[in-house]
Structure formats: C-alpha cells, structure tokens
Design a protein around this ligand. Structure first.
Ligand code: AMP
Length: 193
C-alpha cells in the first residue's frame, strides 16, 4: 500500500491536491476537515461539539479525530491501493496513533509531502476560498490568523517527527495547481519505482 500524508498549513492546497492525487493513483482520500464538516452538516453530537473549535480556529480534541480515523480505517477493505491523509495528523499524539493504527494493519506511511507556502499567500488564498467555500472559518481574518498560529505551534513541530522517520519531503507549494500536482507526482512516482 502507498500511504501518503499531505502536510502543510491551512490554505496550502492540501485538499485540492489530495483530491487530484487520489483520483490519479486510485487512493482513498481521508480529510478530517471534510469529515468534521459532514458531521456538522448532519447535526450529529460530534459535529455540534466540533463546531465551536472550528469556528474559533482551534484544533478539535485528539480523541475525537483519532476516533474518526480509527473507525474509517477499521472499515476499509484490505484491497485498496493506499490512503492519502489530508489535514491529519495535526499533533504529535495523532501522528503516533496513526503509526500504531497502520502498524496494526501491517502497513505504514510511505511518505509525508509537505507543501511550503508563505504566510501572506496563505491568508490571501483562504480569504479568496472563503468567497465560495461557504466555510465560516475562511471568511474571518482573525480566525485565519488563529489557525495559522495553531499550525505553527502544534502542527509544524511534526515536521521534525517525520524528518526523524526519514519520510519528509518538502515541496514548493506556490504556483499553479498543475505545477504543484506535477511536483507531487514526480515524488510519488519515484517512491513506487
Ligand atoms: P481543514 O479543512 O483541514 O482546514 O480543517 C478545518 C478545521 O477542522 C480545523 O481548523 C480544525 O478546527 C478541524 N480539524 C481538521 N482536522 C483536524 C485534526 N486532524 N485535528 C484537530 N482538528 C482538526
């Protein structure tokens, strides 16, 4: 199995790129952000609890997102080509749990592809996305800055964790969608060969 983590700050293009990669390589796309938004839309207890964190730009507690990922992984057929994780893991605890959950399935993360995008570009991209995404966390600059701070403080330190595992690959995340997709595929194709 080829299991990839698409890593990077909010607005770095993880979701856009993950969708195209998932289709191209026939990978299962797992986005905790999408899963949480679907819970909110369906008005579930989990969604109601998660909404407050999301609108404040904070991370939803580890137990909640790890529980969601665990139940999806338990239900995946063993025949799949692999998984592309988008927006997960975001904390050290999530990364360790993910390693363990995959080990229980006799598999592991193949590579962590980290999209590198500057701060001002991020704020602009998210505000632009907010015009059409319908996401309340995309329209308020204060929430966007809070998400970036959370990323720097809680998520970015994971780069060191992946680096120690020798799985980290940095990718220039600025440019056209096609250019970035091409850069990602070059790395992924090299993994398989
Ligand atoms: P995203 O769509 O990945 O930008 O996620 C939107 C929001 O959902 C984040 O700002 C967090 O509040 C929450 N969220 C998504 N994934 C996670 C995660 N792995 N851990 C904690 N919170 C998450």
């Amino acid at each position: 199995m080829t299991n990839l983590i698409l890593f990077g700050p909010p607005g770095s293009g993880k979701g856009t790129q993950a969708l195209i990669l998932a289709e191209h390589y026939a990978l299962k796309h797992l986005s905790t952000g999408d899963m949480l938004r679907s819970e909110i839309k369906n008005n579930t207890d989990l969604g109601i609890a998660a909404q407050t964190y999301i609108t404040q730009g904070k991370l939803v507690p580890d137990e909640v997102v790890i529980g969601m990922i665990r139940s999806v992984l338990e239900q995946l057929p063993p025949t799949i080509n692999g998984i592309i994780f988008d927006g997960f893991p975001r904390t050290q605890k999530q990364a360790q749990e993910l390693d363990q959950l995959l080990a229980e399935k006799n598999t592991a993360i193949s590579s962590v592809l980290s999209l590198e995008v500057g701060d001002e570009e991020i704020v602009n991209r998210i505000l632009l996305r907010g015009k059409t995404s319908g996401r309340t966390d995309d329209t308020n600059e204060e929430t966007i800055r809070a998400r970036m701070n959370v990323y720097r403080e809680q998520t970015e330190p994971l780069l060191e964790y992946f680096n120690q595992q020798k799985k980290l690959v940095g990718i220039e995340g600025e440019g056209s969608i096609e250019d970035i997709q091409h850069r990602l595929r070059t790395i992924i194709d090299a993994l398989a060969s």
